[in-house]
Design a protein around this ligand. Sequence first.
Ligand SMILES: *[C@@H]1O[C@H](CO)[C@@H](O)[C@H](O)[C@H]1NC(C)=O
Length: 199
Amino acid sequence: MDLKVFLLAVLAISASAEKYELMVADEEVFHSCPDPEPGTLDIFGLADLSELSTTMDADGVTLTGNATLRWDVQPEDRIEMSAKLLYMDRGTWTPTVFSLLSKDFCKVMYDKNQLWYKYWTGHIINDVKNCINVAGTKYIHEKYVLSLTATAMGPVTEGRYKANIVFRAYDSSGDLRPTRICVEVQGDLSKVRRSKPFH
Ligand SMILES: *[C@@H]1O[C@H](CO)[C@@H](O)[C@H](O)[C@H]1NC(C)=O
């Protein structure tokens, strides 16, 4: 393919791509998981959030303040993170094809290319590089709006989604720790409407 054809192809693709925005749906942000298995803790099992505040206005949910870790696992533990996205379809949470598994979350917790960097770790402003398995660590967050934009090539259904996120810890002999963290975050996905200068 010569350069001109290639450029035309790129242009055609970018014209069909749609931009979407996912906004966190409610001030509470972190919900506990339905039907948790024994040993499952919610967000308060992970961290003390008494210095964290979230407020909701027309722009969405704004987060600011501190979270202090208190999950009773060890800094040497391997942390596995798994997340799946569900869609609210006529009153029923329905699985989607989107899921995420990080076998060694601590290695990539501050990696700029990860989804959670945009949503969370990129907004930690004190110079800590501790993983979530170091109890006592305090994360200080700048003030930011919990929203994420992404470009999709195909059609995506707008509406209410939730991410179900689970952290598991394995000790140095590979045994699963008795407690795990499970949280859910709900958000609304909508197409970003380009403002039109003329009607
Ligand atoms: C967050 O922690 C810092 C440092 O310990 C403290 O100065 C600040 O007051 C805390 N923020 C809130 C909202 O409590």
